[in-house]
Design a protein around this ligand. Structure first.
Ligand SMILES: Cc1cc2nc3c(=O)[nH]c(=O)nc-3n(C[C@H](O)[C@H](O)[C@H](O)COP(=O)(O)OP(=O)(O)OC[C@H]3O[C@@H](n4cnc5c(N)ncnc54)[C@H](O)[C@@H]3O)c2cc1C
Length: 451
C-alpha cells in the first residue's frame, strides 16, 4: 500500500499525470502474460528529476516502484504483483539520431520501430527486431535484452547499447558507458543493467550503436513436409558458410494459424524463412546458394520475395504467429528455450512428446539460426496443472542439454522458481546480493527474477 502522505506528495509532483482511477489501475495491472495484479496508482514522468523524487519517496515510505514500457513483456516483468506505483515511461520519447557518431540517443519510451525508421532515414540501421517492435519500447527492450529474427547475424539488444543513464533504486543517477564505441574502465556495469528486468534501476536515456543500412533484403520461404527436414536444412545452410540475416522456423500449427489470420492457406508441415541482406549482388548469389542447399532436404516449395512489398508480407506472416495463436485457446503457456543449434530437432521432438504425454496442444516456432525456440502450450484452464508439469520436464531437459530456459523473454515472475535450476545456487546467490546492494529496501520491481 502506498500511504496517503506519499500519495499527496506524488499528486503535487505529477498533477494530472498521476492516475488512480479504476480503469487506469486495470489497464496497468497486466502485461502480455495476462497475469493480473493492480497497482495503487500509475504515474507518467516526463523528466529524470520526477523519477528521482518518486524513488526517494518509495524508499522513505517503503512502497514498490514498477518501471513499465508498453507492457508487451512475456514474463510478467511489468506486473505490479506487490502493488505500488507503476512508473510508465511512455511519455519520455525524445530521440536524436547523430549521424556522424552513428549513434541514437533515445529516451526509454521511444517505440523500437520508430527508432528504426528514423535511423533508416539517415542511411543507418538499428538491427534488434523483436516481433513486438511496433509496440515495445527501447526501455523495455533494454530491460529484457530483447532479440528477434535478425539477431542471428547482428546480435541482440545488448550488442547495440553503448551507454545508459540510470536512476538507481536509492535515487542516485549514474551514466554508464557514455555512448563511446570502446570503454573498458572498471567493471562492466553497463552489461549488468541490460537484461536486469527493471529490478536494478530505471533507464532514462540510452545511447545506441547504429550501423550502415544494408542496401537490400530479400527473403525465401521454404516449405517442408516434416520438422526434421526443415531443421536439417537450416543446419546445412549455416554449415555451408552462408550467414543469413534471419533464419526462422515455423511448425505446421503456427504456419496454419498465421496464414489463416492473414486470410491465406497453406499445406506445409514446417517452414523456414531465410532472410539475406547486403548489396544486390551478394543477395542474389546468396539466394542461389540457399536454394541449392534447400533442394538437398526434400523441400516442397520455395518462394522468394522479389520486391520490398513482398518482403514485408513474408515478415508480416512471421510476426502474426503470436497474435494468431493467442486466439486459439484461452491460455497460452509461452516458453522461449534455447538449445545448442545441433539439438534443435531433438528439442522439437521432445516438445511434441511432452504434449502427447500430457494430452495438451503445443505450437512451436522460433529462431532456428540461434537455437531459440518458442514453445507454446495451448490450453484450457482445466489443463493448467498438466501444462505446468510439461514445462518442468521441458526446462529440466533443456538444462541437461546445455541450453537456457529463456533466450528472450526473461525470468520475471513466470520463471523465477526455475532460476536456480538454470544457474545453480552460487550464481543465483551472487545475483541476489547484487540486487540487495543496489536496492537495500527492495523497492525496485520486487518479486521479480528471484522467488
Ligand atoms: C506479440 C509479441 C511478440 C514478441 N516478440 C518478441 C521477440 O521477438 N523477441 C523478444 O525478445 N521479445 C518479444 N516479445 C516480448 C516483449 O515485447 C519484449 O520483452 C519487449 O522488450 C518488452 O518491451 P515493453 O516496452 O513492452 O516492456 P514492458 O513489458 O513494459 O516491461 C518489460 C520489463 O522491462 C522493465 N522496464 C521497462 N521499461 C524500463 C525502463 N525504462 N527502465 C528499467 N526497466 C524497464 C519492466 O519493469 C519489465 O520488467 C514479444 C511480445 C509480444 C506481445
Amino acid at each position: 500500500m502506498v500511504p496517503e502522505r506519499a500519495i499527496k506528495e506524488l499528486k503535487s509532483l505529477y498533477g494530472k499525470r498521476l492516475k488512480d482511477d479504476t480503469s487506469h489501475k486495470l489497464a496497468y495491472s497486466f502485461d502480455a502474460t495476462r497475469i493480473e495484479a493492480e497497482p495503487d496508482l500509475v504515474v507518467f514522468p516526463l523528466r529524470e528529476e520526477e523519477i528521482i523524487k518518486t524513488v526517494k519517496l518509495a524508499n522513505r515510505y517503503g512502497f514498490p516502484i514498477i518501471p513499465r514500457g508498453s507492457g508487451t513483456g512475456f514474463s510478467g516483468g511489468a506486473v505490479p504483483i506487490k502493488g505500488g506505483v507503476v512508473l510508465s515511461l511512455t511519455k519520455m520519447t525524445k530521440l536524436e539520431i547523430i549521424q556522424e557518431e552513428m549513434l541514437a540517443v533515445a529516451e526509454p519510451g521511444v517505440i523500437t520501430a520508430d527508432l528504426q525508421r528514423e535511423a533508416e532515414k539517415k542511411g543507418l540501421f538499428y538491427p534488434p527486431d523483436p516481433a513486438s517492435l511496433k509496440n515495445s519500447t527501447i526501455g523495455g527492450n533494454i530491460a529484457e535484452n530483447s532479440g528477434g529474427p535478425r539477431c542471428l547475424k547482428y546480435g541482440v539488444t545488448k550488442n547495440y547499447v553503448l551507454g545508459l543513464d540510470v536512476i538507481l533504486p536509492t535515487g542516485e543517477r549514474i551514466s554508464l558507458g557514455r555512448g563511446l564505441q570502446k570503454n573498458v574502465a572498471g567493471y562492466d556495469l553497463l552489461s549488468l543493467f541490460v537484461g536486469s528486468e527493471g529490478t536494478l534501476g530505471i533507464v532514462t536515456r540510452a545511447y545506441l550503436r547504429l550501423i550502415p543500412r544494408p542496401a537490400l533484403s530479400r527473403s525465401i520461404r521454404a516449405d517442408f513436409l516434416t520438422v526434421r527436414d526443415a531443421s536439417e536444412a537450416a543446419t546445412d545452410i549455416l554449415s555451408s558458410g552462408i550467414l543469413p540475416a534471419a533464419l526462422e522456423f515455423m511448425d505446421q500449427r503456427s504456419i496454419e494459424a498465421a496464414a489463416s489470420y492473414l486470410g491465406e492457406k497453406t499445406s506445409a508441415g514446417a517452414s523456414l524463412l531465410i532472410q539475406l541482406d547486403g548489396d544486390e549482388h551478394s543477395v542474389a548469389s546468396g539466394i542461389i546458394r540457399v536454394k541449392e542447399v534447400l533442394k538437398r532436404h526434400n523441400v516442397l516449395e520455395i518462394l522468394v520475395s522479389s520486391n520490398d512489398e513482398e518482403e514485408e508480407e513474408v515478415w508480416t506472416l512471421r510476426r502474426s504467429i503470436s497474435p494468431a495463436i493467442a486466439s486459439l485457446k484461452p491460455i497460452k503457456v509461452n516458453e522461449d528455450i534455447v538449445v545448442p543449434r545441433s539439438k534443435i530437432p531433438d528439442a522439437v521432438d521432445f516438445t511434441y512428446n511432452l504434449a502427447e504425454k500430457y494430452s495438451i496442444e503445443v505450437i512451436v516456432f522460433g529462431h532456428m539460426g540461434d537455437g531459440n525456440i518458442h514453445v507454446n502450450f495451448m490450453i484450457e484452464e482445466s489443463e493448467r496443472e498438466r501444462a505446468g508439469q510439461a514445462v518442468i520436464e521441458l526446462f529440466e531437459w533443456v538444462v541437461r542439454a546445455g541450453g537456457a530456459i529463456s533466450g528472450e523473454h526473461g525470468i520475471g515472475i513466470t520463471k523465477a522458481r526455475f532460476l536456480e535450476l538454470q544457474l545453480g545456487k552460487v550464481q543465483a546467490e551472487i545475483m541476489r546480493k547484487i540486487k540487495h546492494i543496489l536496492d537495500p529496501n527492495d523497492i525496485m520491481n520486487p518479486g521479480k527474477i528471484f522467488k
